[in-house]
Design a protein around this ligand. Sequence first.
Ligand code: HEC
Length: 422
Amino acid sequence: MRALLLALLLTAPALAQGELRGHGGPVRAIALTPDGREAITGSFDSSAIVWTLERGTARAILRAHDGAVNAVGVTPNGFATAGEDGRLAIWNRTDLTRPLSIEKIHTAPIAALTLSPDGTSIATASWDSSLAVTPLNGGAPRRYEGHQGNVNGVGFMPDGTTLVSAGYDATLRIWPLQGAPRIIKLDAPLNALSIAADGRMAAGGADGSLFLLDAQGNNLRRIEAAESPIIALAFSPDSTRVATASPRGSVTLFETGSGKPLFTLNGPGLPVWSLAFSPDGKILFTGGSDRLVRRWSTLNGDHLGPIVIEKPTEMFVSDGSRGAEVFKACAVCHTLTPDAENRAGPTLYGVIGRRIGTAPGYVYSAGFAAQDIVWTKETIAKLFELGPSTYTPGTKMPEQKVGSEEGRAALADFIEKAARPR
Ligand code: HEC
């Protein structure tokens, strides 16, 4: 089965085209750092990935959740992830191998999360019908109950204390710090919520409606935005536009003021599950079923390409050998050159004769680096005969095997040659 998986990886057309797929499942959530240099994505494959956008490479794979990662966010010191397991994980950017904390906050999947404007807490919306605001420095979550069903969206008003939520019970609720929430009944079950920097709100309906509200919560207009449910929404940083995504339909940008559609994205990677604008508002990032994160111009909707686009020749120079063929599946995560940035895995430059866990500048999982292994042609062959989870327990390298002894030997020969220090 695992050998088959590897065989599939080897023959995946994506690799031939040089499009790298960091995620093994649809990209469910995406958020950018305020400087626009990094993105974090969450996936149905139960991992999150931190991407360096300039180079288009995966900087780290974050694994802590049992089940899909439905929601991601950026915190002052790192990242937050939450998902199907009802848990919220807080990650410090200096060590992304394990979360700083991971707590079960909800008894059902978490569908959305957002950072408070003062950067001190995370609000989560859950299918257990509740919301919670959890302080980043520890401390008990504050709970907000009242929705009659799944809560799918959460946001803070610009004042930083008023919480807003959107639920499948077709209500939008505005929760002041004290007292009862104001309940706004809309005409459709709600799947998504976005709050603009100026306090305007947008909610996405299960019937494809886009609801636009002003900062006081007055329902301004209802737009027939799509023919299928709206599953993601995002305001542009300057609040003038809102992007909507629906699973059967497409991604459309609307003008906030008039509610007029500006354009619909046209290109690969649809349908889309997640949306985020770059901090300067010029680029729209989408995450979709094709497991890629793509960029689009917000000027005209042109497809600018996936985040990770490196030509196979840039990935590594194949010498046409059997071992190079096998290595194609590894090149997604490993470079063979000293100057190339570490991908999801460490560079393998000079790996032969190197102690496990010692590539400069790479953050290994603790269990992996603590083992007593020196990499030789034999130990590398062993690694993919037994599989990383057996040979190096506790590793974050995904489980994979190279089925034939001949394939393993060819792989080891290729690595020895291609990664030899020059
Ligand atoms: C999806 C990403 C991914 C793929 C594909 C992958 N690896 Fe890895 N690899 C990693 C990660 C992550 C680590 C670091 C493990 C840790 O810290 O737990 C690693 C570690 C290693 C190490 C140890 C390096 C060191 O410095 O100790 C070797 C050797 C290695 N991988 C070889 C391979 C080979 C050969 C293949 C292809 C057959 C491969 N890997 C495929 C992610 C990957």
